[in-house]
Design a protein around this ligand. Structure first.
Ligand SMILES: [Zn+2]
Length: 236
């Protein structure tokens, strides 16, 4: 049993190490994910601005078409003026022309506003694009680092997994089952040291009789408070 308990304690140490490495790896992957999200967000903002610019451009195009149509109207009306015989008709066409001219002035004003807004947008897009390029370079460097660290963590995990397999070989299935269940129930810690009369898992005092049986170690003994498997570690 002593050998089994030592193996169990070893197994627990390996598993905690693997848990730690897995946790670190998870954190790194989350960081990598967050970096990707930042990139995606920046790209989406640029795409949205581009859409705004396209919409503005279309509006400007519409205004320009209206302006062209009004200009044609004026040309037509002005040539019409020459053929007019009555004062009344002349006045009506003149009124049309001045109305069209007023409209053209308004359209020109609106087009100018669109041009200004477009210029502003284009500048903003260029700035965002430059920021994105910088961010992309930054993220690429950071992702490279993350990948390296993840690879080294994975190498550590693989080495521990091999050691774990060896350790598990020497343990009875019933003990492994118990160990696995306890790990699930006790935040990954199934095996703890008993030291100076206390359980190192829950820090509660162990009944002296139970503590004494630990020295014999002829059975798997669990803490009456936290149910973890107790082992006595002999120094040296
Ligand atoms: Zn305990």
């Amino acid at each position: 049993m002593r050998n089994n308990l030592n193996s169990l304690y070893e197994l627990q140490e390996i598993d905690l190490r693997i848990d730690g490495l897995d946790g670190e790896k998870g954190q790194l992957l989350a960081e990598a994910q967050a970096l990707e999200s930042r990139l995606a967000e920046a790209r989406e903002k640029i795409a949205a601005r581009r859409e705004e610019a396209a919409a503005l451009d279309a509006e400007k195009g519409g205004l320009e078409a209206s302006l062209a149509a009004e200009s044609e109207n004026i040309v037509r009306s002005e040539s019409h003026l020459k053929e007019i015989k009555t004062q009344k008709e002349y006045q009506a066409v003149s009124k049309e022309i001045s109305g069209a001219k007023k409209l053209i002035a308004e359209l020109e004003d609106q087009i100018l506003q669109k041009i200004n807004a477009l210029e502003e947008l284009t500048g903003d897009i260029a700035k965002k694009q430059a920021d994105l390029a910088e961010l992309e370079a930054n993220v690429a460097a950071q992702q490279g680092e993350v990948q390296q660290r993840v690879a080294s963590l994975e190498a550590g995990i693989a080495a521990d997994a091999a050691a774990r397999e060896e350790t598990v070989k020497g343990l009875p299935a019933s003990v492994m089952k118990r160990y696995a269940r306890l790990r699930d129930q006790r935040k990954g810690v199934a095996v703890v040291e008993a030291k100076e009369g206390n359980c190192m898992g829950c820090n509660m005092h162990l009944p002296p009789q139970l503590y004494n049986t630990l020295f014999r170690a002829d059975d798997v003994i669990t803490c009456p408070h936290c149910q973890r498997i107790l082992v006595m570690r002999q120094e040296g």
